[in-house]
Design a binder for this molecule. Structure first.
Ligand SMILES: [Zn+2]
Length: 341
């Protein structure tokens, strides 16, 4: 009996030791530094290996990639947002107008906020790619978007470590790896049509699509990232993003592609746009296109892992601030054309 009492007391002491601390006293850079070039490299040399056969939506390689992500989230003890063992959101095949895709899924993991758990910050990437060609050449998609996907995994790891130390973010974080991007932003369309948490409560989406390379315009000055969309819906988000970068990372934030008149129209071309059209503020993180874009030569040996780490750290630190600031981001420039929904 005495022993039982001692064990119970121990349990109480241990649980007190891990109890919630004031997150304002945490140093987010200490957790950002757990996102390392070598961890990202380890992940990507598997995730963008030939074994995954180019991760084409609905194909065995994409399923393997989904399992890989699920296992990583499970190893971090990050639960499914559905509150069960199912990390997959099956996408309705009717969403695919072309091709015969019978089954494919988004992958999700969740960190519940300590004070405002109903307010959700989404960190997203697409984990599908374009598969193989008729000659059997495998399109590994190391940059597109293996880089963003292993970035999300490392960001999840950093948030999880902070939470374990008692610094759970105030708001909840949804780690969202979508499928079907290369088929026309399908996985993100499906998620935003069928959100696990209401989009009204979704504070922001930080979307990563290609952050592991240096484009020809930045040769010799690799410390950059293109930001797209940060000022489109929320002045708050844009300012926060700038301040976080200035305080911690000092990357050259390049807004070339944020220009409404830019012919590339990248704002409309990756998964964040499905959030933006519902008035959820977004930032799209992007390294620009390069000679290996959508070619079989987009391989993991060509990734700049130091830059990949720095950019993923910037996303983590920005998400940290969005999730922990006292007030929710204000949407002061909503999308006017509701038909765009
Ligand atoms: Zn992509």
């Amino acid at each position: 009996m005495k022993n039982l009492l001692a064990i119970a007391l121990m349990a109480i002491l241990v649980s007190c030791g891990a109890r919630q601390k004031n997150v304002d006293n945490a140093d987010p850079m200490a957790y950002a530094n757990t996102i390392t070039a070598s961890d990202l490299k380890d992940h990507l040399f598997t995730f963008a290996s030939d074994e995954f056969q180019g991760r084409e939506t609905g194909e065995p390689g994409q399923k393997m990639a989904a399992e890989y992500l699920k296992k990583e989230y499970q190893s971090l003890d990050l639960p499914s947002p559905m509150g069960n063992d199912d990390y997959f959101q099956e996408v309705d095949p009717s969403y695919f107008k072309r091709g015969n895709i019978e089954s494919t899924e988004n992958v999700m993991a969740f960190l519940k906020g300590s004070e405002k758990p109903d307010e959700i910050v989404v960190i997203s990437s697409h984990y599908d790619h374009v598969g193989m060609d008729e000659d059997g050449n495998i399109f590994n998609g190391a940059d597109d978007d293996g880089s963003g996907t292993v970035g999300v995994l490392e960001i999840a790891q950093a948030f999880h470590k902070a939470a374990k130390d008692g610094y759970t973010p105030r708001r909840s974080i949804l780690f969202l790896n979508v499928t079907g991007e290369e088929k026309g932003l399908i996985g993100s369309k499906y998620y935003t049509d069928n959100p696990v948490f209401p989009l009204e409560n979704t504070v922001a989406d930080l979307n990563i699509d290609m952050i592991g390379r240096v484009d020809p315009d930045h040769e010799g000055k690799a410390d950059y990232i293109y930001l797209i969309g940060s000022d489109k819906l929320s002045t708050d988000l844009h300012k926060l993003s700038e301040n976080v970068n200035k305080k911690y990372m000092n990357l050259d934030l390049d807004y070339t592609y944020n220009d409404e008149n830019d012919p590339n129209r990248f704002y409309y071309r990756s998964d964040h746009y499905n959030f933006a059209k519902h008035n959820v503020p977004i930032i799209f993180y992007f390294n620009g296109v390069h000679a290996d874009y959508h070619k079989a030569t987009d391989t993991p040996d060509k990734i700049n892992y130091d830059m990949l780490a720095k950019r993923a750290q910037l996303v983590f630190l920005t998400a940290w601030e969005v999730a922990n600031r006292p007030e929710r981001l204000v949407v002061d420039k909503p999308v006017e054309d509701k038909s765009a929904k």
